[in-house]
Ligand binder design. Structure first.
Ligand code: SF4
Length: 377
C-alpha cells in the first residue's frame, strides 16, 4: 500500500515496531520503497482474503482459501454475538468496512498516525447512544507471533481511533484468527482508552526525537529495515539469540502448520538430506586452513574394532569354560550371510537358499515389525 492514504505517517500495523524500537521509523525513511517491499506469496494470500472479507465476494478464492474465509466469518459472528449478549445490545449497525481513521496531534492538529478498521460495529444510527464499539481485525495467516490483543499496539491505536470517531466510552478490540477459527479479545473502558491514547502519543513523540534509539529484539523479524539495520545484525549475533530460540521457534511453528503444508515439506526430506550431504562433502574437501577459518575441522573417525577371527575368539571363550550356548547368545546371525553359507554348501541357487532359510530356520526366528513409517500413497 502506498503511504498516500497514511499521509506518510505511521499506520496501526507499524505502530507495534515503532513502540518497541523508537528509531525504526527514522531508519525506514532513509530507505527506498523498493528496499521495503517485503511482499511474498503469503502477503498476497492475506490481501486476497482481506479483499474477500471486505467485499464478501469469494470468486477469487480456491477451496482451501474459502475454508479460511468461512472460519473467519464464523469467528466474527461469534465475537459479535458474545459482545451483544454481554452488553445487552439488541440491534447494532455495522460501520464502513476498511474505514481509515486518523489520529491528530491535539496541539497542532497535524496527522500523526492512522489505522484501518476491517470491521466495526456500534449504535451508529443513534448518535447519542453509542458508548459501545466493537472493532474486529482479521488475521488471515498463522500469525504465530501476534502480540496478544491486550498488549497489542495495533489494536490499541484502532481502539483509540474508534473512541475518537464515535465518542465511545467502551471499545472491544478483537483479533479474528481465521486460520484457526479463534478469537483474541480485549476491552478498553474509558480510563484504559485515556491511558492508551497517552501511550501512543508518547511512543510517536519518542520516535521523532533526533537520533531516536533503535532497540533490537524478537520484533526485528517483522521489521522491513532488518537487512539494513546494524542493531538487528548485532542482536542476531548474541549467543543467547544465535544459540537458542531459533529451533524452538521453528518447532512451535510446526505445531501451527496445516497438514497440507507439512506434507509438502516432508516430501522434500530426501532431497534436503542429499543437499546437506553434498554441503558436508564440500566442507570436508576444503583445505585445513580454510576449514579452520570457517570454525570447523576434521575429527578422527570413531574407533572401530570388529572381531574378524571369530573362531579364535570362540575358542578363547571356550577355554574359559564358557558354554557354547552362552557364547552364541552374544552373536547376531545375518540373514544374508547364512543364505550365502547355505548356497555355497548345498551348491544351489540364491532363491533355493533363501527358501531353505525361511523354512528350515523358521522355528528359530522371532518375527517382528519395525515401527510403522510414513509413505506416499
Ligand atoms: S530491525 Fe529491529 S532494531 Fe532495526 S529498526 Fe527494525 S526493529 Fe529496530
Amino acid at each position: 500500500m502506498s503511504d498516500d492514504v497514511r499521509k506518510g505517517k505511521v499506520s496501526a500495523s507499524r505502530l507495534e515496531i515503532l513502540a518497541l524500537c523508537p528509531g525504526s521509523e527514522q531508519l525506514r525513511r532513509t530507505l527506498p520503497d523498493t528496499a521495503l517491499d517485503t511482499g511474498d506469496e503469503y502477503t498476497d494470500l492475506g490481501s486476497k482474503l482481506h479483499k474477500a472479507w471486505e467485499t464478501e465476494s469469494t470468486l477469487d478464492l480456491n477451496e482451501e482459501e474459502l475454508e479460511v474465509y468461512q472460519r473467519g466469518i464464523e469467528t466474527l459472528d461469534r465475537i459479535i454475538a458474545e459482545w451483544k449478549t454481554e452488553f445487552q445490545l439488541e440491534t447494532v449497525d455495522e460501520g464502513q468496512r476498511e474505514l481509515r481513521l486518523y489520529l491528530n496531534d491535539p496541539s497542532t492538529l497535524k496527522i500523526v498516525a492512522s489505522g484501518q478498521l476491517d470491521r466495526h460495529y456500534g449504535h451508529f444510527s443513534k448518535p447519542n447512544s453509542r458508548p459501545h464499539v466493537l472493532i474486529c481485525d482479521f488475521k488471515g495467516l498463522w500469525s504465530p507471533h501476534l502480540t496478544p490483543a491486550e498488549r497489542n499496539w495495533q489494536g490499541r491505536l484502532q481502539a483509540v481511533l474508534a473512541k475518537k470517531e464515535y465518542d465511545a466510552k467502551h471499545v472491544r478490540m478483537a483479533f479474528v484468527k481465521a486460520m484457526f477459527g479463534r478469537q483474541d479479545v480485549t476491552d478498553y473502558d474509558e480510563a484504559a482508552l485515556g491511558f492508551a491514547e497517552t501511550s501512543i502519543f508518547r511512543a510517536i513523540w519518542e520516535s521523532e526525537q533526533p537520533g531516536a534509539q533503535r532497540r533490537a529484539g524478537p520484533w526485528c523479524r517483522y521489521c522491513p529495515c532488518k537487512p539494513f539495520c546494524r542493531e538487528a545484525a548485532l542482536y542476531s549475533e548474541l549467543p543467547s539469540v544465535a544459540r537458542g530460540g531459533a529451533l524452538e521457534e521453528t518447532l512451535k511453528l510446526v505445531n501451527l502448520m496445516p497438514p497440507e503444508d507439512i506434507v509438502a515439506v516432508w516430501r522434500k526430506w530426501g532431497e534436503v538430506e542429499k543437499i546437506f550431504e553434498a554441503m558436508e562433502a564440500r566442507l570436508k574437501a576444503l583445505p585445513e586452513e580454510e576449514q579452520s577459518r570457517l570454525g570447523v575441522r576434521m575429527k578422527e573417525g570413531r574407533k572401530m574394532a570388529a572381531i574378524v577371527d571369530k573362531v579364535g575368539a570362540f575358542n578363547a571363550l571356550r577355554a574359559l569354560d564358557i558354554s557354547s550356548e552362552k557364547i552364541l547368545a552374544t552373536v547376531a546371525f545375518g540373514k544374508g550371510e547364512l543364505v550365502a553359507l547355505y548356497q555355497a554348501t548345498a551348491n544351489c541357487s540364491p532363491k533355493d537358499a533363501e527358501a531353505w532359510y525361511e523354512k528350515t530356520l523358521d522355528p528359530f526366528i522371532k518375527r517382528d515389525r519395525a515401527k510403522p513409517s510414513l509413505v506416499e500413497i
